[in-house]
Design a protein around this ligand. Structure first.
Ligand code: OSB
Ligand code: MG
Length: 379
């Protein structure tokens, strides 16, 4: 389609009620990364009801603590109540929702959850998503990779790799840190060729010792976020000692501006785009366009979303044509999901775009897992 995504901005929207549903979903097993150990997923689901009673859902995927980015769930709930809700109350169309929110500095996860809900509502109403106006080829199935937590021991690691290869995931991404055991690195190297590996350090290589990264460089794959966000200086220093180091940025890039800075400083080889982290759908599209125009490979990352967030992010991923996205079905993490028909991956490691497009929320389950509800009425 040639019209461009701006045509979506003019779609009229109204708001009668915004609900913030805090949920808690127990995990099947705990997940350890350099950030910490997680046993259950708390999240905030935003429900936007328009004047005709039609509803749209958005998921806020930030953590309950400020250990991944500065945003945390209770903070997001407060910022929506105090600042974002008053700004979007009178918005007349999609473009105004986004523009009005831009008055608030930062808080991308909070803004994204509202934009997701508005977009979901409008896409149901019009039978089209903003992506339909984005001039990009679309895949009818999305290749899925997984993120693998730090394993207790070598036996566990071997089992996890074996299961990942058997399930035909398109990529196995391992969480790493400076004390990652050498015998585990050795085990990984044995599987090269059988699976596409990658590494995610979540900013843990903060030390003055970039050599600690050296064992991971033999794999010829970028390291995701080796250094803490906004320490591009550490990266510039590290590549002098480790010329083979290539990086995929995650936490670093919360806006198009951050991406352009990293690119102009020659400090990015690949980008993990999380629509929540960069403040929503329109920002994600702008960021992906910049990547395409500048030859930066990009793919969609995850924040352990429920089916609500996953189904929306899959629709974006279907337009990126990347080897794999961190968008495995939520059933990998949780017993229960929030969709009527939880998303499933096929035997070749794909999720069908049409399943993501047809996803509907199971309001009974949503009610059951809701621990707190905040209602904001537009009177
Ligand atoms: O660094 O990509 C990350 C989850 C929470 C916070 C940070 C990250 C992650 C993941 C999750 O890796 C991947 C997924 O959702 O399957
Ligand atoms: Mg990451």
């Amino acid at each position: 389609m040639v019209q461009g995504i701006e045509s979506f901005f003019h779609l009229p929207i109204s708001l009668s009620k915004l609900e913030l549903l805090l949920i808690d979903l127990p995990q099947k097993s705990s997940f350890r990364s350099a950030i910490g150990i997680r046993k259950s997923r708390q999240a905030l689901i935003v429900r936007w009801t328009n004047k005709d009673g039609l509803q749209g859902y958005g998921e806020c995927s930030c953590r309950p603590d400020p250990f991944y980015s500065a945003e945390f769930l209770e903070g997001v709930a407060l910022v929506i109540q105090r600042f974002l809700f008053p700004l979007i109350k009178e918005a007349k169309n999609y473009g105004e929702v986004i523009n009005n929110m831009s008055k608030v500095r930062g808080w991308p996860f909070a803004k994204a959850s509202i934009e997701f809900a508005a977009h979901h509502l409008l896409s149901q109403q019009h039978g089209k998503t903003i992506y339909d106006y984005w001039d990009r080829p679309v895949l009818n199935k999305v290749p899925v990779g997984i993120s693998i937590g730090i394993q207790e021991n070598l036996a566990q690691l071997k089992l996890t790799i074996q299961k990942g290869i058997e399930a035909n995931y398109h990529r196995l991404k391992f969480k790493i840190h400076p004390q990652f055991p050498p015998d585990q690195i050795h085990t990984l190297s044995k599987y090269i060729g059988e699976a596409y590996l990658s590494f995610d350090a979540n900013g843990s290589f903060a030390s003055d010792n970039p050599k600690a990264l050296a064992p991971f460089l033999d794999f010829n794959t970028p390291i995701e976020q080796p250094f803490p966000p906004h320490r591009i200086d550490l990266y510039r220093k590290a590549i002098q000692e480790l010329p083979n180091l290539t990086v995929c940025l995650d936490e670093e890039v919360k806006s198009l501006g951050h991406l352009i800075q990293a690119h102009q400083l020659n400090s990015i080889d690949e980008l993990n785009i999380k629509p929540g982290r960069v403040g929503g759908i329109v920002n994600s599209i702008r960021i992906a366009d910049y990547c395409f125009n500048n030859g930066i490979p990009c793919w969609v990352g995850g924040m352990f979303e429920t089916g609500i967030g996953r189904s929306q992010n899959l629709q974006f991923a279907a337009r990126l044509n990347a080897p794999a996205h961190d968008l495995s079905p939520s059933s990998r993490y949780f017993e229960r999901d929030l969709l009527e028909n939880p998303l499933q991956m096929d035997a070749e490691g794909y999720i069908l775009l049409k399943d993501a497009q047809n996803a509907t929320v199971n309001t009974n389950t949503l009610d059951e897992v809701t621990t707190q509800k905040i209602e904001l009425i537009n009177s």
